[in-house]
Design a protein around this ligand. Structure first.
Ligand SMILES: Nc1ncnc2c1ncn2[C@@H]1O[C@H](COP(=O)(O)OP(=O)(O)OP(=O)(O)O)[C@@H](O)[C@H]1O
Ligand SMILES: Nc1nc2c(c(=O)[nH]1)N=C(CO)CN2
Length: 161
């Protein structure tokens, strides 16, 4: 059995509907769904705000590569077109952690290397797992304490479940 933490994001089209594609696509394995956050874009900053959320999923037979594949299938279902790195997208599904697995494979880096510096991941993750740990990097709460999370605003008017 594996348990994975997935970060989902959208800043193109009907953003909430795109996040719902992910939630619905993982419905059979969902353990928890975070609130939705409206977040200022990092990386490429001249693009629309994102909606971000975090899912926790668990399954008897899905391994880390299986979570990646399922996420990519859902990105495709949401009409994602591969474009420039960090550019706008209808749906992004990042595998943040899978248990304590560490991977240096470029196609599946674990934990996801952006995690320690992304308030857009840590804030929603901590909502649903207050004692979250990033393997090799320590507690998510301590990591978040060193970040500016001003651009991460909860949208209680938007619901995923
Ligand atoms: N933990 C991971 N989760 C999702 N994709 C990953 C992971 N590790 C490596 N990848 C690879 O990243 C590629 C997708 O990158 P993508 O274009 O979504 O990057 P990005 O979302 O723009 O940037 P970032 O990965 O920094 O969030 C895929 O080829 C995928 O195999
Ligand atoms: N706020 C925010 N900014 C981003 C995001 C994201 O999910 N949220 N994803 C990106 C590409 O992975 C690039 N920039």
């Amino acid at each position: 059995m594996t348990r994975a933490v997935l970060s989902i994001g959208s800043n193109l089209g009907d953003r909430l509907a795109n996040l719902r594609v992910a939630v619905d696509g993982f419905a059979d394995v969902l353990v928890a769904v975070s609130p939705v956050y409206e977040t200022a874009a990092w990386g490429v900053t001249d693009q629309p705000d994102f909606l971000n959320a975090v899912l926790i999923v668990r399954d008897d037979t899905t391994d880390a590569w299986g979570w990646l594949r399922r996420g990519q299938d859902l990105e495709n279902r949401a009409g994602r077109v591969r474009e420039r790195r960090w550019g706008p997208r209808t749906l992004d599904v990042d595998v943040v952690t899978v248990d304590g697995v560490r991977s240096d494979e470029p196609e599946l880096l674990l934990p996801h290397p952006g995690t320690p510096e992304r308030a857009t991941v840590l804030v929603p993750w901590l909502d649903i797992e207050p004692d979250a740990e990033v393997p090799g990097h320590g507690s998510a709460r301590a990591l978040l304490a060193g970040l500016d999370s001003a651009g991460v605003r909860e949208r209680p008017d938007l619901e995923l479940t």
